[in-house]
Write a protein that binds this ligand. Structure first.
Ligand SMILES: Cc1cc2nc3c(=O)[nH]c(=O)nc-3n(C[C@H](O)[C@H](O)[C@H](O)COP(=O)(O)OP(=O)(O)OC[C@H]3O[C@@H](n4cnc5c(N)ncnc54)[C@H](O)[C@@H]3O)c2cc1C
Ligand SMILES: NC(=O)c1ccc[n+]([C@@H]2O[C@H](COP(=O)([O-])OP(=O)(O)OC[C@H]3O[C@@H](n4cnc5c(N)ncnc54)[C@H](O)[C@@H]3O)[C@@H](O)[C@H]2O)c1
Length: 470
């Protein structure tokens, strides 16, 4: 039986970052991956495909130019599923090539096969050709990620009624799409297909969406979606989904309403991919959504030599945070020092328009009883916004009145997921409103919105001080 210092199950963001970190520290590392190619959900069905699809859709539709040339403007009149897939395949090939090269350079061994526990330090691997191997690890890291939640009551057919993995394989673009589940996946795809001119209906039993995002940002966002005729049917449950003889899909809601569309995307959450790991042999147990419980500083499970990182440990379930969790887990596993993850990390929702946020929302600040002031900037007030033809986009900063420190940054609009990092840096370095007021920003840029929002808050924070002094 082969022996390793660290055996990593899964080659997604958590697994690959953890494996390379341990290898860089001179340890013997094995990655076991059941997929045909390395990269995990992030590369093959999640982050990278959905973001490539978004980019292709925005480019081919000429979305970013419509502020100037009107809503009817198109770069390509007829956009096909093949147009979208072409760019996807090229991007994914590049990603996999880079990852394979990283593993090779760092001498991380890779076995393709499905892993399950025989004992807390021993895994069985069933390879594609049926060969069975046993491997032993001083430490084991489970970075197995998630798979779409697919209840038996939904008649998935892989063509018209699909989950988010299957959506990437569609042969024809739907003219109308119903999205069940207004989580991040549902909202991202709903808005991408709306940008492709599909008539989109989003259905969710909850009456609000994206609850972890600042409400003012969500309100601005939903106004924009409704303005372009997307239907948001919230607070209502899809009771029955069926395929009609016409080939269309019918969704019956609990309020009796019936929605008929060409395609249904079922995106009501994901499950930890732990069902085939034989966790009992390791003395572990997953929760009802297949997730594992860990110490959030070390990523150690209840069994000391077994670590878990990435989506399998639950919120925030991001590629970005999974990588950092994998790195920390690997360092702890091989006995190297590791700091716990930074308190404030950015969240990027690649919808059309983008949303990005870091730190506390206004609702959280209120709940904690912190006296605060907000500063707002609209992209249409910036010169870069004029040049780009932007008529929407909002940046909101929240400052403590007591310490003047930045507490939260919240953005909806073009470039939000890039812009947020300025706020993130100020936040984590404990910067105050003065940072934005006293520093010069490149001009003309969208980043100038920070200056405008900083000044907006600063003006009012000054007035409040003066009022108190009187
Ligand atoms: C549609 C979609 C869009 C997303 N967009 C974003 C985004 O824009 N930004 C962002 O930060 N995050 C995004 N995410 C989330 C991101 O993809 C995940 O957070 C990330 O992939 C989790 O990484 P991971 O390492 O935990 O696992 P995964 O990427 O899920 O990889 C797990 C790997 O483990 C393998 N595996 C599982 N079980 C076994 C086994 N028994 N034996 C061997 N191998 C096994 C799987 O084959 C898989 O390759 C998105 C997700 C989806 C679905
Ligand atoms: N840009 C990003 O960072 C990004 C993009 C996509 C996904 N992700 C990650 O992937 C994870 C999974 O995303 P998700 O959107 O699948 O899950 P989610 O758990 O975020 O959202 C699921 C949604 O489905 C709804 N729902 C639950 N049960 C339902 C039912 N029976 N019928 C209809 N609706 C139902 C919920 O109310 C919720 O709004 C998220 O945690 C997210 O962090 C991140």
């Amino acid at each position: 039986m082969q022996q390793f210092d660290l055996v990593v199950v899964g080659s997604g963001p958590a697994g690959r970052r953890g494996a390379i970190q341990a290898a860089k520290l001179g340890h013997k590392v094995l990655v076991i991956e059941q997929g045909k190619r390395v990269g995990g959900v992030s590369v093959h069905t999640g982050t990278i495909p959905s973001k490539t699809l978004r980019e292709t859709a925005l480019n081919l539709t000429g979305w970013r130019e419509r502020g100037f040339y009107g809503r009817a403007y198109r770069v390509k009149e007829e956009i096909s599923a093949e147009d979208l897939r072409r760019r996807l395949l090229i991007t994914l090939d590049h990603e996999v090539e880079v990852l394979e090269h990283q593993f090779a350079r760092n001498r991380v061994q890779l076995i393709r096969g499905k892993a399950s526990f025989l004992a807390p330090d021993t895994l069985e691997v069933v390879k594609d050709d049926g060969e069975i191997l046993h491997v032993n690890g001083k430490s084991i890291m489970l970075a197995v990620g998630t798979k779409p939640y697919r209840p038996a009551s939904i008649p998935f057919d892989g063509k018209a009624i699909l989950d988010s993995d299957e959506l990437l394989e569609i042969e024809e673009l739907p003219r109308s799409l119903a999205v069940i589940g207004a989580g991040v996946i549902g909202i991202e795809y709903a808005t991408i297909f709306s940008a492709l001119d599909a008539q989109v209906t989003v259905i969710d039993p909850k009456s609000t969406i994206l609850d972890f995002i600042d409400r003012e940002i969500v309100e601005d966002f939903t106004y924009q979606l409704r303005d372009r005729n997307m239907k948001l049917l919230l607070g209502t449950k899809a009771e029955k989904i069926e395929k009609l003889d016409s080939g269309k899909c019918s969704i019956t809601l609990d309020n009796g309403r019936v929605v008929v569309t060409d395609m249904v995307l079922y995106a009501a959450g994901r499950m930890g991919a732990t069902d085939t790991l034989n966790l009992a042999a390791a003395g572990l147990e997953a929760d009802d959504r297949g997730r594992l419980k860990v110490n959030l500083e070390t990523f150690q499970t209840a069994v000391p030599n077994i670590y878990a990182a990435g989506d399998v440990v639950g919120f925030p379930s991001l590629a970005s945070t999974s990588m950092e969790q994998g790195r920390i887990a690997a360092r702890v596993a091989v006995g190297a020092m590791a700091k716990e993850p930074q308190k404030y990390f950015p969240y990027g929702i690649y919808a059309v328009p983008e949303i990005s946020t870091c730190g506390l929302t206004e609702e959280e600040v209120k709940e904690r009883g912190i006296p605060y002031e907000c500063g707002i900037a609209r992209f249409r007030e910036t010169s870069r916004g004029h040049i780009m033809g932007l008529d929407s986009g909002l940046l909101k900063l929240i400052f403590s009145l007591k310490t003047r420190r930045l507490l939260g940054v919240h953005i909806v609009g073009e470039g939000a997921t890039e812009l947020v990092h300025i706020g993130q840096a100020v936040l984590n370095l404990k910067g105050t409103v003065e940072y934005f007021v006293e520093n010069t920003f490149n001009y003309p840029t969208l980043a100038e919105a920070y200056k405008i929002a900083g000044l907006d808050a600063w003006n009012r924070m000054g007035e409040i001080k003066a009022a108190v002094a009187k």
